[in-house]
Write a protein that binds this ligand. Sequence first.
Ligand code: NDP
Length: 342
Amino acid sequence: LPPGERVGFAFVGLGRLTLEELLPAFAECKTARPVALVSGSPEKAKVVAAQHGIKESSVYSYDDFDRIADNPEVQVVYVVLPNGLHRDFVIRAAKAGKHVMCEKPMANSSQEARDMIAACKQAGVRLMVAYRCQYEPYNREVIQRVRSGDMGAARIIEATNTQVMGPGDQWRFRKALAGGGALPDIGLYCLNTARAITGEEPVEVFARIFNPQADDRYREVEETIAFMLRFPSGTMANCSSSYGAHESKDLRVRLEKGRIDLENAFAYEGQQMRVAQRGGKAEVIDTVRMPQQNQFSLEIDHMAACVKENRVPRTPGEEGLQDHHLMRRSTGQPKPGRLSRL
Ligand code: NDP
């Protein structure tokens, strides 16, 4: 679409994700364009605005953010702040009459997620949680193949999302700003993907966490978590996530008649998919190849299309709320060793 017909996005928070992934992704967007920035760093915002052809008058501070209501170019506000700040900025954006996109995890708690959904509903605006993997083509292919039933029922899902965090202090180690550690930050992809693959909600969740005692970074948030989900049809998902293990972002599905492996399932790029099935007596292994597409461009264009066509996004606020509900169930276990039942 020509610039004038594209949906205008405002970015709140110019951190790593916004600068390194989201703004560059507009080069591949077809229906969206960046038109405003909201930042606590005016000098940085000025430079970034110039780089992306954004007017200086469309750069806001956190204090004067509410003035964005008067900027007709802005149709969607995309909140890319530390998790503990999502709630307030999503509510402010809704009150300004703007549709809202919010980074994952949606918030710090189920209650915050509920407040955000209610505010958007009251303002009559759309709310989408940026679960990028649900827009990534290989992940979609796994979901489609499992749900088609062609390979029989899915028995076991294994999902791992680990990465080593650098030393030093940052908001991700502060509970007030992050809500938790590896689980809400990266383990969330395992949870959300297991739900997307089965199309079901788990009836049981069980989790254990580990924090290295001598590491000050893990005083407030968890370093490592393993959790298990049992779905009503019988699918079991084994999920694990850690801030202390070498990068591994893989998804494996074991079905009655075959298996699907997606390497780098939760990474920004580099997905590799293999499907093994019985073909007569032998096992046939196919490597599935699809054109690489920027998943950030795809999710931004999805939101833009929803705004243009007045549709509910694939990953609305309710999707984020359900994940918060399950994360609370899995980590808030009253008695060790007991399964918590939903
Ligand atoms: P960064 O720390 O790199 O950036 C956060 C930005 O938020 C800062 O640069 C700053 O922007 C602004 N900010 C405002 N208040 C604070 C505060 N008190 N402390 C720190 N920063 C503050 O974080 P990320 O970009 O990595 O993460 C932002 C959000 O995006 C999180 O919710 C995270 O979970 C999510 N994320 C999602 C990913 C995905 O793959 N979908 C990947 C990475 C992150 P400014 O200077 O402009 O004010």
